[in-house]
Design a protein around this ligand. Sequence first.
Ligand code: COA
Length: 809
Amino acid sequence: MSGGPAITLKSQPIDGSNSNSGNAAGQQQQSGNNAAAASSSSSQGSAGNVPPAQEGTRQNSLQRIQQRKQKVFNLPEAQKLAKLSMYSACQAEGCRCTGWKTPQENRHRDVESSYCPELSEECRNASCRHPLRSHISHLTEISRTSMDDLLGAIIDMENLFMSMQRVEDEDTKKVYLYLFRLLRQCVLTRQQAVIRGPLGDPPFESPCITKAVLSLVFYKYNHLNPTELQTMTEVAKTFLNFLNHYNFESPSVRRSDATLTHEDASTYKINYTRWLVFCHVPAFCNSLRQFETSLVFGRTLLRTVFQYMSQQLKKKCISERDRFPEDKRSIITQMPKFLEALRAELLKDDSPIWDSSYRPPNSFVMQQRKRHQEVAPPATISAAAAASAPSSSKRSSVGEPVHKRAKKEPVERAPSENLDDLPTDVVLRAMKSVSESKTTNKAEILFPVNVSRDENVKAEEQKRAIEFHVVGNSLTKPVDKQTILWLLGLQLVFAHQLPEMPREYISQLVFDTKHKTLALIKENQPIGGICFRPFPTQGFTEIVFCAVTMAEQVKGYGTHLMNHLKDYSIQRGIKHLLTFADCDAIGYFKKQGFSKDIKLARPVYAGYIKEYDSATLMHCELHPSIVNTQFIAVIRNQSEILKELIAQRHNEVQKVRPGLTCFKEGLPSIPVESIPGLREIGWKPQMRPVRASRPLEESTDPEKLANSFQSVLQSVRQHATAWPFLRPVTAAEVPDYYDHIKYPMDLKTMGERLKKGYYQTRRLFMADMARIFSNCRFYNSPDTEYYRCANSLERYFQTKMRELGLWDK
Ligand code: COA
């Protein structure tokens, strides 16, 4: 940014108020102090009240951290190694020293400036006394990038240490200490810092705040004209920007807030810790992966901070109004109205914007995305920034080196922001062309040969010609007449369409209070339905009857009913549907995504679901992020866009370019990449295979390999079909097992072998795992559940191995 302190609506995550405090930690290098200031603000609660002038100081703190890192990266290698040695274990046999200590006589000297110790200088640690050389012998071969990564982590660690000294709040101090230890361990073991544990993994709630706020703009303001809509979009982004830079108050400060219930306070404490670990600290410690607050948190966090935060934002709008350029002032004036609308939706329990299945139409999302690229990005909505630096970003503003940025920047994006590797303008062009061809192709409008049945049903639903309702009987609450009439009608539909089922049995289940029925209503008459029983404790729903009246079959109602049931189940946290299908119905269920391959462990459903003779158990796994009632349309749209993209690429490939004349002119050879058109059709220069794409085994890092095996084994153990393989089969359970199986294997034994370091190569690991599955298939017949579990778990194992680059193909 240029031109003095930025006028901004950012809150101040890093206040920098102590940044002039000099060499506070005594023995630490002078440059290590910047971040102490940079990170101390969280102990002081919200920084929205920090005067704007301190924004510059905040930026300065971050810049100084970055400059210090850059300075260290530019040091001669010997000095870099000396710095690393201070946090590296001594390699001398039996020595337990974890970092070389500068000899007494050189204690005042700094390896980050001119001091470069000799390799023979002895460690000051009395129990070590080994030369510097012994602390770095294992580091001399590592690449420059790995060395810089380690040095970056060391600087982050030192900064965290300094922050810890300054911070007063105990909760915050504990988190800093935890992160400090984590980084210390990572430097010692030369591993990437990964945060695991009870905090969970981001995103923590769905929908995230960004998505809900985007939905709010559509939900409340879509009727406005394009200019007004754009203003509201910018208001929303300014709000998100403020939130993403907001300094949350520590739980101890919130404890005095009488509006917080005990439960709110404990939830707040968890969210505060998550925010520190995943959002706040990584802003100045970029060895840790950073996430945007608004992309990983949802309604719960926003509810607890909204009141105070919105007051801060309003105050800021008033105080900075005059510093905004004329054409941006509407953002400021519209802010209170926007905050009021958001507050109302936050309080409403049934607000659609907080419903994860709520989706603004694609055209709106793309429009937003386009604007997002045209307008200044949210992190820089400020008068000065809007005028001078339209494309600067939060990270680049602190001067982060490009190679670092590439690695750390992929902050989790909201689903609607998830761009693929094609440039957005290319995709937008394809989308435009698809939507134009839809409106201009009159023949298709008149004769919609290509429109799926699902589309027709959805159109009927939109016109309210049909409705879907979940109804059920109750013994504790009054049941309205309409529900009773529909239940009676549904009972008749089931009885007609399922003549094999005794009528009394159908009545019994339809009116049973534990069963519910999803009813399809046309002209106030039930014309179809699905009777089901949820088992929330078991995580599945049993489909009992499913039918559509004869006259309405094969119009897509059966499919849409099932999609509604899937969405209904997902919203209630159910991830599995199970049904016993008779042979006539298997085809229908297959088309709805059911399979005979049951991925649920038998103990989960046995004894709960009603078992029918001569019927086949079928299972459908639900994916929580799929909106099933929209799925076909989304896939269809995507496939049209893909076809359009392929057509565009095809046109590019077919272009005829003038031949090469350079050889006639005497050139013996030219670089391949200079041949016209080659790059345009997707050719890329041959590169050395990147390390990650090679099977890990070849990386010769046994520790890394063992960690990867551990992670695979852990995931495999937790899979729903792993239960038959968790422990060795005992002769008491299966007396003849060892007559047939000569080389038994199980996941527990594999865990023990892993601990003992047996798996030196991935082949050994894969061989044991394969043994588990082949033993199972050898001993059991294909129609057994054990056999199915082996197939399912084997596929899962392969997927996990592939994810970690441990599988050949
Ligand atoms: N076997 C094979 N496929 C079947 C089928 C069956 N018994 N019944 C429907 N399908 C197919 C349809 O042909 C269609 O396939 P397509 O899209 O590839 O053409 C797809 O399943 C869904 O069609 P849709 O129009 O959405 O379903 P529907 O409104 O006809 O309702 C049933 C499907 C099964 C609910 C309906 O046919 C019915 O009531 N059948 C009698 C009762 C029954 O058998 N219930 C199931 C067990 S409880």
